[in-house]
Design a binder for this molecule. Sequence first.
Ligand code: HEM
Length: 485
Amino acid sequence: MLDPDLIDLREFGERYYDDPHSVYRELRDRGPVHRALLPDGRTAWLVLGYKEVRDALADPGLSNDVARSRRERGRDTSGAHLLLSDPPRHTRLRKLVAKHFTPRRVELLRPRIEQIVDGLLDDVERAGAVDLVESFALPLPVTVMTGILGVHDLDPTRFRAWTNAIVVSDGGSAEAREALAAMHEYLAGLLAAKEHDKGDGLLDELIEARRDDPTALSAAELLSMTFFLLVAGHETTVNLIANAVHLLLTNPAQLARVRDDPDLVAGVVEEALRHEAPLKLAAERFTTAGITIGDTAVPGDGETVLLGLAAAGRDPDRYTDPAAFDVTRSAGGNLAFGSGLHRCLGAPLAAIEARIAIGALLRRFPDLRPDGAPTWWRSSVTRGLKNLPVRVSVERTYMVDDRKSVVRELSERVTLLMPELREVAFDETSDLRDFAGFDSLVILQLLTHAEEVFGVSLMEDDVAIDSASSVGRLAEHIVGNRQAL
Ligand code: HEM
């Protein structure tokens, strides 16, 4: 029989993934610390109160080294990265990379980050309707991080497929193991190539450090560090940017405040980190001594402890009205980046990327709006959007020189005006007059839209619109008129 005090997380079903905050609230109302049966069948201590999480993050009785867990006791972790290490190895590894991520150092990256953001937003503008994760939130941190590391030929989509399989599926599935193996093979190849063809990135510096002093870090530690910096440096930042934009779009009064006062963008980032922490749980800790978390005694023989960073951000004992998204809230002391020895090394980098990205997005598109419902990843550890469909209106300055993109925009608008067209294949042979919803108002609305979007005058012209092929002709007309401007 199950221990009556053991919370079986599987009983929450899909709610544990779809609406984690409601599960945390329910459990936290019963107490800040619980013994829980995890979806993967293991038992662990789940800590959900702000104070308890913060204190546990600083507790020397907790280790990050999996070899100290009950289940993994004795496992060889000599090649582990810094987050899975305890001092003195943690101290040695962190020191090797820390100088690249200080606030001063990342501030130097500002012009480069702005340039990448502007380029991505040019593409968003051209497309008009995009998945903001795929076209903006993802490529920004990948491009920045690969630049820092000195990796120049990484395919972001392929890389994301690997990291999703590893991080999102909680690492235990066969798919995750395959992705991990593929990524390690790729990274080992990359490091081997760098041995001969030196660049000027952080990885080149680590290779150099190892050449000068092989005890600085082992080959396994170098591979593991490369892997971890690439993964840690992007998955969470993608989530932060997309979660923050989603929160603004679903809280229009907050969005209006930020538009009125762009200095509030820093508050948006802080509040998004608190309200929707990209990492719901810190890395697993293991007890090395008997400790007390809150009022709960946890035995010291390698018990697993899960620290709820997302739950801590919504603790009513710490934050007033915690479920409200309030960009003017002083969310100081936020635990989304962890705290203590392992506090996120990339916090200044993630914050500057998110601030620049969100600030530029709002400035550039005054009418950024949702274009359908987004979907969330199903994960116990990360909290992030799989996609975020949005639409932006194209300003008059939008340059249209390509008939195909004009046809696409007009076809999308006709389909919006006449939803019955969604059911049929709308191509240049379709006759719009065959559809009940087609009338002169549709023509007028289409022409008005086209005038607004493409900045050409059409009402005076004699443009007959009755069939799909005439939409094609209208597109040609628009392109011709724009070129004449
Ligand atoms: C919004 C984005 C990010 C979030 C929410 C985040 C969150 C975290 C958290 C919670 C930890 C501590 C985990 C623990 O104690 O168990 C951590 C550690 C770490 N993060 Fe981040 N991170 C972000 C972005 C980045 C970036 C851009 C980098 C790039 C370098 C990075 C590198 C690291 C490293 C190296 C550690 C391990 C530090 C150590 O063990 O000493 N993170 N991160």
